[in-house]
Design a protein around this ligand. Structure first.
Ligand code: BT5
Length: 320
């Protein structure tokens, strides 16, 4: 949404305002004002017009302009009702000079998880990919995944869901409902969200990173895979516009303050203190998960000593 349109929208939200006044205020023609109003109506904003002028009555439930409206983070939002994969679209944009763009969809028909696994993306979810160009070495990219996990967890908790983070990239609702008595299911809870970070880098710097976030927001249980849950199932439907805004705002703050990522992650971690088995590309690691270390490695206390695991699938085991 361009700056004038955003400013027109802000003005309409403050009460009836006459078209000519808007034209004067923003130094554009009356016709241009009318075009902005019509474009906003097309995007689903309900704008009432009377003798007193234009007035914003309601914002759309979901979409690009409605997420950008009131968003306190510098992202442009490209919205699709349906798309194969927001990560694929963000990767296309990565080939241009775009940055700080969020590709957002209501429905994803060819969503991907890690290792080319399928990701179910029915209408009603929050499927988004952030295209960013952080000035960090490629080895630090996992911090983006952790930051996104913190951002999702915070937004989910604000929506009333006792979400926790399962290393490295899952946001889950523990089977014990988050009361911390350790009685989690063997796999570590029901999955609320997953994150898929992809990037391209040179030796010392990330060229682009696409952080793909999938959150089961307003989805009934029967539309979810087994072992999954949704915000709707846990605490009722959520205003997705607000959910996405909070998520993007937290992510934006954390990327500006990388030192804050690990402490926030530890605070929400379901994995720390658990007995885990991690299938890594180099083999299986089993032991107690004791910490997370820069840039996102899980520290596991094994019979042979401490091991840092950088990637893999993590299973929470029942205490021995
Ligand atoms: C992930 O992979 O958890 C990363 C998922 C990332 C999805 C987002 S949506 C926006 C963006 N665009 C994309 O195309 N992708 C990203 P992984 O850890 O490999 O988990 C995948 C596994 O989770 C699957 O094999 C299923 O078992 C399970 N799964 C699939 N869909 C799910 C869903 N909607 N909710 C919970 N679990 C699901």
């Amino acid at each position: 949404m361009n700056e004038t349109r955003r400013a027109v929208l802000d003005a309409l939200a403050e009460g009836p305002v006459a078209g000519p006044d808007l034209a004067d205020r923003f130094d554009v023609s009356r016709n241009a004002v009318w075009k902005h109003v019509e474009a906003l109506r097309d995007a689903g904003f309900e704008i009432h017009s009377s003798d007193a002028g234009y007035e914003l009555i309601a914002v759309p439930e979901f979409g690009g302009p409605t997420v950008q409206y009131g968003l306190e983070a510098p992202f442009d939002v490209e919205y699709h009702d349906a798309i194969a994969s927001t990560n694929d679209r963000a990767r296309e944009l990565a080939a241009t000079s775009e940055s700080d763009v969020v590709v957002l969809a209501d429905e994803q028909t060819g969503g991907r998880g890690r290792l080319d696994r399928e990701w179910a993306g029915p209408s009603g979810g929050v499927w988004l990919s952030l295209l960013v160009r952080p000035d960090v070495p490629p080895s630090h990219a996992p911090l983006l995944t952790l930051a996104a996990a913190v951002a999702v967890t915070r937004a989910a908790r604000e929506a009333g869901v006792p979400a926790e983070i399962k290393w490295p990239n899952d946001v889950v609702v523990p089977a014990d409902g988050g009361d911390g008595d350790g009685d989690s299911s063997a796999r570590g809870g029901r999955k609320l969200a997953g994150i898929l970070t992809e990037m391209e880098g040179e030796a010392d710097r990330v060229s682009w990173a696409v952080v793909g976030v999938g959150v089961n927001a307003n989805l009934p249980g029967e539309r979810l895979p087994a072992e999954a849950t949704s915000v709707q199932e846990e605490s009722g439907p959520v205003e997705r516009r607000v959910f996405v805004q909070r998520l993007l705002e937290t992510f934006d703050k954390l990327r500006a303050d990388p030192d804050a990522v690990l402490p926030a992650w530890r605070e929400y971690a379901a994995t720390l203190g658990q007995r885990v088995r991690v299938e890594t590309p180099a083999g299986t690691v089993e032991g107690n998960a004791v910490d997370v270390a820069v840039p996102g490695a899980l520290v596991v206390e094994t019979d042979e000593g401490r091991v840092r695991v950088h990637a893999g699938d993590c299973e929470h085991l029942r205490p021995a």
